[in-house]
Structures are given as C-alpha cells and as structure tokens.
Design a protein around this ligand. Sequence first.
Ligand SMILES: Nc1ncnc2c1ncn2[C@@H]1O[C@H](COP(=O)(O)OP(=O)(O)OP(=O)(O)O)[C@@H](O)[C@H]1O
Ligand SMILES: [Mg+2]
Length: 424
Amino acid sequence: MSHYEVKIERRISSYSYIYRPPNSNIIWVSGLSISQIFKDRNKLSPYYIPKRLPHREQQINALLSIYGPMLKNIWSVYPRFTQIIGPTGTGKTCTTIKFGELIVERAQKEGIDLRHIYMNCKVDGVTRYVLYGNLVRKVTPKISFKSLSPEEMIRQLIEYLRFEETFLIITFDEIDYLVQMNPKEHVIYDLTRFPEFHPGEPLPIIGEIFIARSLKWHDLLESGERSTLGAGIIEFPRYTSKQIRDILEDRVEEAFQPNVVLDDTLELISDITANPPVNGDVRVGLELLYYSGILAENAGSNKVLPEHVRRVYSGINPTITAEDIMSLNKDGRIILLALVRGLKSSGSAYISLKELRKFYNIVCEEYHIKPSEDFENNVQDLIYRGIIDMKSLMEIGISGAALVDLEKFLDNLLRQIEDVERRV
Ligand SMILES: Nc1ncnc2c1ncn2[C@@H]1O[C@H](COP(=O)(O)OP(=O)(O)OP(=O)(O)O)[C@@H](O)[C@H]1O
Ligand SMILES: [Mg+2]
C-alpha cells in the first residue's frame, strides 16, 4: 500500500483501516478493495444462475409439467425425451439447470433419489466413448469404464442405478454440435433406445433433454432417430428489449451498489442487446454491464453512464486493418484467410482447431504453398497478436467478432486479406 497516497478515512479495528486513494472510487481495506460501483461483480458472470429467471417461467413450467407427474409413479415410468430449441443467449442452459434443481427438490420431498446430470457435448465429448465415459463418471466413481464399450458403459450405468434405486434426468446441451461433428456415431439412436436394453422394464433414466440452437441438426439424423426423439419441443424465443431490461434489472440489483446504474444506461444496454447484430443474447448485455461498470470505476465516476456503455460497445467491435494483415508473415495471412473461410462456411462465431487446419490445407493448395509444420505456433502467434481468439481447441474465432454482424465483417476481412495476398 505504501505506493498509494492514502488518507486513512476511518479506523475500523486495531489492525484494519479503510483507505481512499485520491481520484479513485475504490476503497482499500487493508489491501482488499471495496468498490463504490460494484457490490458483487460475480453476479454478472455468465456462469452465475440467479434465483429468478424472468420471462422463462413458461418454459420451466412446461418442463415441470412433463417430468413432475412422473414422480408419482417413478417405479413404472418410461423415459420422456424433450428438445429445447432457441437462439444463442436465450437462457436455454440456465433454464434447464434451474429446472433440474426444482425437479430434484420436488423428488426429495417425495423421498425419491433423483439426480439431474448436465452434459455439455462441447466439453464432455463428441464421441460416444468419451461422452458416455464422462456421463458415467458424473454419476459415480464406482464404475470403471476404461475397458468397456460405449454400450457396456450404459448397461452398467443402468444396473448401477437400479441397484442404488437412483433415477436420472440427463441433459445433453449443444447436441447439435456433437451431431454435426460426428454424424456417423448415431448417438441419438443410442440415447433414445436405452429402454430396449431391458425391453418391457421401466428405466431409472426417466428423461433426456436435448438442447440445440435450431432444428437444423435434425437434417443429419436418420428418420428412425428423428422418430424416437419425438415431437416434444420447447421453444426459447429471442428476448425483447423490455424483457432484457427486466433480466438485467435483477442483476443490477445483485451486482451493483444502489443507484449506481442509471435508468438510461440500462435502457441503452437493453436496446443494444435486443437489436441486431446482438439479437437478444443476454450474455452480451451482461458483458456490457460488467465492462461499463469497470470503465466507470477506472474513470473515477460514481455512476455508470450511457457514455461508458457507448465506449465499451465501440471498443468490442473488432477492427483488423490492412496494416495488421500486412504485418503478418505469409503463413499468418493464410491461416487468417482459412479461419475467415471456415467461419463463413460454418455460419457460427467459432470453429475448431481441426476444422481450421482443414481449411488451411485447402487454402495452401489454392495458393500452391506447402502447409507449414509450424501451423500450431503460427496460430498461437495470431492469438498473441490479438487477431484471433481461442476459447478452447473447439472454439477459435476472430477477436471480438462474436458480437458484430459477422457476415458483413467477414466479407470485408476476406476482401482485405485477398487484396493483400494479391499484392505480395
Ligand atoms: N431469463 C433469464 N433471467 C436471468 N438471466 C438470464 C435469463 N436468460 C439468460 N440469462 C443469462 O444469460 C446468459 C446466457 O444464458 P444461457 O447460457 O442459458 O443461454 P443459452 O440459450 O444456453 O445460449 P447458447 O445457445 O449460446 O448456449 C447466462 O448468464 C444467464 O444467466
Ligand atoms: Mg447454452
């Protein structure tokens, strides 16, 4: 603390002091900071699930009305499959997790040992072997699945559940990703045919919930898979500006000190979030709120103003200039070109490293270049330069580009890279 010019404001105990560095809204308490802007900034994290999920009551009730009655005769039910469909940031994941908590609570009241297992296919695996291994691991460490086939893992899992008198509802989030990555695995065929392992007998897996962004993934299924999946679909529409405002208002109350975020600020964030290019992704609204708060704090303001939001929003628009591209070596430019093509063809904000390599090889062939052995290092270099963004091996995108009109942005970028390519 010695490098701060601090004024001791109030002595709160024999060894703790509250300090206020000049021109700052951060009050230091013996080295810990208490912000005048934030009360608990964690409440703005996309991983935090608030107690109330405004405008998703209908969807939670729909899930409860499907699975709730099954608790009455849990020993003789057959599994029900439900699909949740909605664009990004419409609360599919958080609503399903909340539903899981509610149904488990209800089951407990009935003396039933029900568990909700959440699987994210992007994280938990895109092959049956890895996915089922992770499923078994999440349920119990007692089954050693190392030498088992995928079918055998499920068989043992069901036996274990029967023995322990435990019931499961399993959610498979981002199932569209898995099916796109590995359509030949026919994972839906497996997952919807568990009952056939023990024909005629009820199953301890009472429900499976599949989450996807649209129904497009059905195109990759066989007709048999589509039919066992059934028609139980719960839609998650995009939020309107007013709905986003309600959602963010709750978060403001939890995350910020009282009266710090102006009404106008909240309105601006809600409008930006509801309209194109963001199109209702609440995650972006939460980010804007968070970074606007940080900016206000760093600027020494005791209010979060619309101006802070505007500055943050303009800052997160990606701008890659021709100069940036010129400064790259040939391999860097080819990788960037491959990434842009890959993103354009996938239509999403990210592609995997594997897909990037595939597009890279195609572009190399087109430009008659031998693919570099340093591919990974070159990708790393682009990350270090802040040009591309790697959230995981499965998610590589253009820095900040998840938030803009990707199509238009990529078209521009593509033209710039190809221009540079032609000139050199
Ligand atoms: N109705 C709501 N009330 C409160 N917070 C919400 C609501 N809907 C979404 N959120 C918040 O918005 C963020 C994104 O929600 P979530 O992850 O559930 O979206 P998603 O539909 O699963 O998106 P994706 O398709 O990208 O996976 C989370 O931080 C979540 O807490
Ligand atoms: Mg989700």
